[in-house]
Every structure is written in structure tokens, then in C-alpha cells.
Design a protein around this ligand. Structure first.
Ligand SMILES: [Zn+2]
Ligand SMILES: [Zn+2]
Length: 411
């Protein structure tokens, strides 16, 4: 078995669902041959993982598959992003999105389809997301159980680089107007065949800060002749802890974590500069704005008290992934019609992870859902070097997209 030691009790995506089973999708919906085709796509992508804006081979594989299905394919959005368009008469316009990128990490598992690229790995299951959306495109192009237009959106660089934002900037929704857009992520820490979703904020916004504390360096034996940037930086770190505990509404959520402190090179020199870095996570604009303004005020206050010069560079990362009401209802209905009412958590817990699908939701009403894919109690979480997307979930994910298309664009 895997050398991985389970983190079950803290799972990334905890679920409050009762322990009822759902096993496999009806073969009438997703035939075995299509499941096997998705598996082949998924394993090929897994063996050839590509990271942010370098998904050239992946983009080629996806484009070729969509063209073989007879879809119109538009390439070059946000470099390697692409859209496959499937039309069937007049009707609503639906956007279905998958992310295609891998992570800069070394795979440690030894499955037959393990990464062949050193230091790159499909550690978040975007290989599975891509294969499931291709599977849905295959089914929908063959059977056409809908009326309207479906845009299959394959985006680069979900991890860290915000490929979704650049697709929107490249005119994703002006060139391919959508009445709603939908995203899906696998959840290896959630019971297999269940779905989790909620209306409103679901995943947090993630921002990043760098605080540079500078002053006149001095001999450590004569601190009064300089400005000690280590002591000033320590005051900043201490004061930051008060923002969440003393300034935040206890019923709202905010995380401020300092993740790096760098300063000094030796034992007897007070360094000229000490740098602090960290991240903030929030669900509301109010909490996000509070974090930014209070961090700035802490820096100003400590600068005044210590005599150090302190600058703050605050970078807004991904917004909160926020599900719009009507698309969320469609997502819930599609999931429930597939796995049953009991297997869909429609008011799931908020999660402190982030997703750049949030940028698409800012431009178009959208809903994001998580599909449980756990192999058992001991499945490695995403971003773990032993993680591997669970192929058994491919049919469920593809069937979810098919149901959504059928219900959003009824024939
Ligand atoms: Zn990830
Ligand atoms: Zn991911």
C-alpha cells in the first residue's frame, strides 16, 4: 500500500453527509467504452503533466479530441487555453469549465502512468477534470440531448497563476457568451460519489503580503546606535495576531498567517533589513478590506514606535469562489438526479482553499461543486506526492456534466 499516512480526521473537504453509498453510474448514461476512453485520456495527461501557461501538449491533446468530435475549437485564450463549442439549435448558452494544469512537485507514487516529467505532477487531479469534460463533450456531441449552445472551457494555470482571470481578460465571455458557467473539483477527502456545494461564498479569497522593515544596521553590542529591524519585525508579527482576534467580527472568518521571516546573516550584526511574508484568507469583501487596512495600520504604528522604515506590498490573489443562486440550483438538481438527494450536501462547510474559477464567476453567474472521489479512508489528499486521481469517478463527473446540460438546455 501507499507509504502515505492518512490525515482522515482533518480531511481537506469534510462532509456532514450520512454514510450512504453510491457506486457507479448507469451504463446507459456513460457506457463502459466511454469510461475507458476517459481513463486513457486521464492517464496520458497524468504521465505528461504541464504547469502554468506551458500546457502545450495538453492543449493539443484536448483540441484534437474536440475536433474529432466535430466541435468548433478556438485556441490561444490565455496562451494555452481553449474553448470547444457545440451547437444544437436555439436555446440557452452554457459554459462548462475544466482546469488542465499540473503542479511543480515530484510524484512519489509508482503507478504505471506516473509522471514522466521530473518535478512536475498532476497532484490536484486536473488531469481527471480535463478527461471528464472531454467525456461529457463526447457524449453530448453524439447524443445531443439538449437545445442551445455549450462551450467547453479548458483553462490553463489554475494553480497560483490565475489562468481563469486571463481567459476572462482575453474575452472568454464576450466571444463565448454564457448564461451561466459551472466548475467542478474532485475531493479525495470526501466520500466517493457524493457532491458538496453551497450558495454564496464557498472557497476563500487568498491574498499575499510582503512587509519590508528597514533601518540603520549596527553592531549588536551597540543597539542604541542603529534601528533594530528584527525587534521591529517581531512587533509587527505580534500585532498582526490581534487583527483576527480583536478587530474581526467573530461571526465572519479571516486567517492571517505569517509564513516567512528573513533577516540577518550572523551573530553580532543588527541587520539593515528584515522581510516578513504571509497570506490572508477571507470570504467577504468586508473581511478582505479589513485585513488589508489593518495590516497597513500595524506597519505604520510599528514604524512610528520603532523608528524603522516599513513598507507593505499587499497583493490581491484569487477572490472568494462565490456561487450564484440560480446556477447553484441547477448544479444541485443535476447532482441529485444523478446520485440521489441524500448524497448531495447542499449547504456544505466553507473551505479555506481558493480557486481561480472565482474570476469567471465575477464575469458570469456560476456555480462550483466538489465531487467526492475517496478510494477509502486512506486516500492521499490533493497536492500530496502520492495522490492520483481516482478513475472510478470519471463516469460520475462526466454524467454530472451531461445532466447539467440536459437540464440547463432542455430539448
Ligand atoms: Zn490544486
Ligand atoms: Zn485543483
Amino acid at each position: 500500500m501507499l507509504p502515505f499516512k492518512a490525515m482522515r480526521t482533518i480531511g481537506l473537504f469534510p462532509s456532514d453527509l450520512p454514510d450512504k453509498g453510491f457506486d457507479m453510474v448507469d451504463e446507459d448514461l456513460i457506457p463502459k467504452s466511454l469510461h475507458e476512453k476517459m481513463m486513457a485520456w486521464r492517464r496520458d495527461l497524468h504521465a505528461h503533466p504541464e504547469t502554468a501557461f506551458e500546457e502545450h501538449r495538453t492543449s493539443d491533446v484536448v483540441a484534437r479530441a474536440l475536433q474529432e468530435m466535430g466541435l468548433e475549437v478556438t485556441r490561444g485564450l490565455a496562451t494555452t487555453g481553449l474553448v470547444g463549442t457545440l451547437r444544437n439549435g436555439e436555446g440557452p448558452n452554457l459554459g462548462l469549465r475544466a482546469d488542465m494544469d499540473a503542479l511543480d512537485m515530484q510524484e512519489l507514487g509508482n503507478c504505471a502512468h506516473a509522471s514522466t516529467y521530473a518535478g512536475k505532477m498532476h497532484g490536484c487531479g486536473h488531469d481527471g477534470h480535463t478527461a471528464m469534460l472531454l467525456g461529457a463533450a463526447q457524449y453530448l456531441s453524439e447524443h445531443k440531448p439538449f437545445r442551445g449552445t455549450i462551450h467547453f472551457i479548458f483553462q490553463p494555470a489554475e494553480e497560483n497563476e490565475g489562468g481563469g482571470k486571463y481567459m476572462v481578460q482575453d474575452g472568454l465571455f464576450t466571444r463565448f457568451p454564457c448564461d451561466a458557467v459551472f466548475g467542478l473539483h474532485n475531493g479525495p477527502q470526501m466520500r466517493f460519489g457524493t457532491f458538496s456545494i453551497r450558495e454564496g461564498a464557498m472557497l476563500s479569497a487568498s491574498d499575499f503580503f510582503e512587509i519590508v522593515v528597514s533601518g540603520d544596521g549596527a553592531h549588536a553590542a551597540h543597539p542604541h546606535t542603529g534601528v533594530d529591524t528584527i525587534v521591529a519585525a517581531s512587533s509587527v508579527v505580534g500585532a498582526l495576531q490581534g487583527i483576527v482576534s480583536r478587530n474581526m467580527d467573530p461571526l465572519d472568518s479571516l486567517v492571517i498567517s505569517v509564513t516567512q521571516i528573513r533577516g540577518g546573516d550572523t551573530w553580532n550584526v543588527l541587520p539593515q533589513e528584515t522581510v516578513i511574508r504571509g497570506t490572508c484568507r477571507s470570504f467577504t469583501d468586508k473581511a478582505r478590506a479589513l485585513a488589508k487596512s489593518r495590516i497597513s495600520e500595524v506597519c505604520e504604528g510599528v514604524a512610528l514606535a520603532s523608528g524603522a522604515h516599513i513598507t507593505l506590498n499587499y497583493r490581491e490573489g484569487y477572490p472568494a469562489t462565490t456561487n450564484a443562486a440560480e446556477p447553484t440550483r441547477y448544479a444541485i438538481r443535476a447532482a441529485q438526479s444523478l446520485v440521489g438527494v441524500d448524497n448531495v450536501d447542499t449547504d456544505c462547510r466553507l473551505r479555506m482553499g481558493s480557486e481561480d474559477f472565482a474570476f469567471m464567476q465575477q464575469a458570469c453567474p456560476g456555480a462550483y461543486i466538489i465531487l467526492g472521489t475517496a478510494r477509502g479512508e486512506n486516500d492521499p489528499p490533493v497536492h500530496n506526492p502520492y495522490y492520483d486521481f481516482n478513475d472510478d469517478a470519471l463516469s460520475i463527473g462526466a454524467a454530472y456534466w451531461v445532466r447539467l446540460a440536459e437540464q440547463f438546455c432542455p430539448r
